[in-house]
Design a binder for this molecule. Structure first.
Ligand SMILES: C[S@@+](CC[C@H](N)C(=O)[O-])C[C@H]1O[C@@H](n2cnc3c(N)ncnc32)[C@H](O)[C@@H]1O
Length: 213
């Protein structure tokens, strides 16, 4: 039975179950493929959208937004939840401008606040509380960001964090690089804090889904 259940086969199957996306979403997905840009992709994006709908999120803070692919999924959820705000945060001006174009063409421009800045510092100076925070920044900064994120989420809010499987590198004991160690440390911190209910969903590169009690 195991021979039918390879990891890549499961991931391809999950992507095939995501409903068709419009042209703008498709172009963003194609760009990631061509440029090897690490977006969350359709299966994790759709899961983020689903979770944002489930908690009726209207105040979303996104850390490490790139050119706006994950932002588009959160904006779609917030729009369908009755409107609100999605904070787009990336430190690269070119990516922020690209995101502005995509999100405007998708009709989400009124929902987005763009910050071209470091994400943790931006979260610190942005008044909360938030219904949902998504973290996809440089992995070395994951452990240090957790306390601030917790203080900015409402009770009953959700934290989503990408790359917790780290392409399998977390399982390699010889990999003690700062990013891999930071992912291990972050996973330990969030899963041992009794104020969170946590599951690491094995969608794409591993999506931690944490509910703040
Ligand atoms: C992995 S990409 C993810 C893109 C986006 N979340 C998506 O899935 O479509 C992370 C992006 O955030 C930027 N970034 C990483 N660490 C950051 C930080 N601490 N503050 C602001 N931007 C950051 C990177 O340069 C990159 O453009």
């Amino acid at each position: 039975m195991d021979r039918y259940l390879t990891y890549s086969r499961v991931q391809e199957y999950l992507i095939s179950l995501v409903p068709p996306r419009n042209v703008e979403f498709q172009q963003m997905e194609a760009f990631a493929e061509q440029q090897d840009f690490p977006i969350i992709g359709p299966a994790a994006g759709y899961a983020c959208y689903l979770i944002a709908r489930m908690v009726a999120a209207q105040r979303v803070f996104e850390m490490g937004s790139g050119y706006g692919y994950s932002t588009a999924w959160f904006a779609k959820a917030v729009q369908e939840n009755g409107g609100g705000v999605v904070h787009h945060t990336v430190w690269d001006d070119k990516l922020s401008k690209m995101a502005h174009g995509h999100l405007t063409r998708l009709g989400f421009e009124n929902l987005i606040q763009f910050h071209t800045a470091e994400a943790v510092e931006t979260l610190e100076r942005t008044p909360g509380p938030f219904d949902l925070i998504f973290n996809d920044i440089n992995k070395e900064a994951y452990p240090g960001s957790l306390g601030l994120i917790k203080s900015k989420l409402r009770s009953g809010g959700v934290l989503l964090v990408d790359n917790l499987l780290w392409n399998g590198r977390i399982f390699d004991p010889s990999d003690t690089s700062p990013a891999t160690e930071a992912i291990r440390e972050f996973t330990r911190l969030v899963t041992t804090d009794s104020e969170w209910i946590v599951s690491l969903l094995p969608i794409r590169d591993g999506l931690v889904t944490a509910y703040k009690k």
